[in-house]
Design a protein around this ligand. Structure first.
Ligand code: PEP
Length: 258
């Protein structure tokens, strides 16, 4: 953990228009400044809807904020007749650092299968950003006791053809589907076990340097009440936060606990 800078990334999903996003970023920046937050010790990112990205960029650049930002999804193609899609290059030109890939809501509501997720990861990497790859079991897989194999398998499906150099840029978010937006949070032990298993499989595939450098986040009903226990896991390097990232006071508290 010592060599990895924690990351707290807020997934706003389909919330906040560009004005609400601007207000939120100003408030968060003020709260963190007021708390003497050290951005060298923990990275803070926000993932707004596409429509708010430009406003966030303008604000971050104008006020020289250390808050990073990114997108929640990306097209696998670079340009052309793909109505409604947004390319990785468009996102990187807006100053995005990260793109969430394979979120369970995208896997559920959009035709995002493993092959498409691999292509999104490649598109994000090729555009110079970092993918935050979401994996995690459903309640049924947990009931069967196969949650670790399942999450590790999802990571492996994406990483198996990556070069060491690309794998080193990947961030994994372990997000058990049953914990997302439900208020049911994984125990610190089970979040740690999953992160440990994922890191172990990355070590087997890419060796210790890539494995030890990879950030593995936990996501699923993280709040300021459970963040400090969850981050105690040696392999848990921060959080992907949904609901609690919509409240600037609460999100700032989580950032301070990470
Ligand atoms: C998410 O959607 O990535 C997430 C973790 O949501 P929540 O924190 O609301 O469970």
């Amino acid at each position: 953990m010592a060599s990895r800078t924690p990351l707290v990334a807020g997934n706003w999903k389909m919330n906040f228009d560009h004005l609400e996003a601007t207000y939120f970023v100003q408030k968060l920046a003020w709260l963190l400044r007021d708390a003497h937050f050290d951005f060298r010790r923990c990275e803070v990112a926000l993932m707004p809807a596409f429509t708010a990205l430009r406003s966030v960029q303008v604000l971050v650049e104008a006020d020289d904020l250390k808050i990073r930002y990114g997108a929640q999804a990306v097209s696998v193609t670079s340009q052309g007749a793909f109505t409604g899609d947004v390319s990785a290059d468009m996102l990187s030109r807006l100053g995005c650092s990260y793109v969430i890939v394979g979120h369970s809501e995208r896997r559920k509501y959009h035709p995002e299968d493993d092959a498409n997720i691999v292509d999104q990861v490649r598109a994000v990497l090729a555009a110079g950003m970092r993918p935050i790859l979401c994996v995690g079991e459903s309640f049924e897989e947990r009931r069967q006791g196969i949650e670790l194999e399942f999450a590790v398998g999802q990571v492996h499906d994406v990483t198996r053809d990556l070069s060491d150099e690309d794998a080193a840029k990947l961030i994994v978010a372990y997000e058990p589907v049953w914990a997302i937006g439900t208020g049911m949070v994984a125990t610190p032990d089970s979040a740690q076990q999953a992160a440990h298993a994922i890191r172990g499989s990355i070590r087997e595939q890419f060796g210790p340097a890539v494995a030890n450098g990879m950030r593995i986040l936990y996501g699923g009903s993280v709040t300021s009440r459970n963040a400090s226990q969850l981050i105690e896991g040696a392999d848990v390097d921060g959080f992907l936060v949904g609901g609690a990232s919509l409240d600037a006071d609460e999100y700032a508290k989580i950032c301070r606990l990470a």
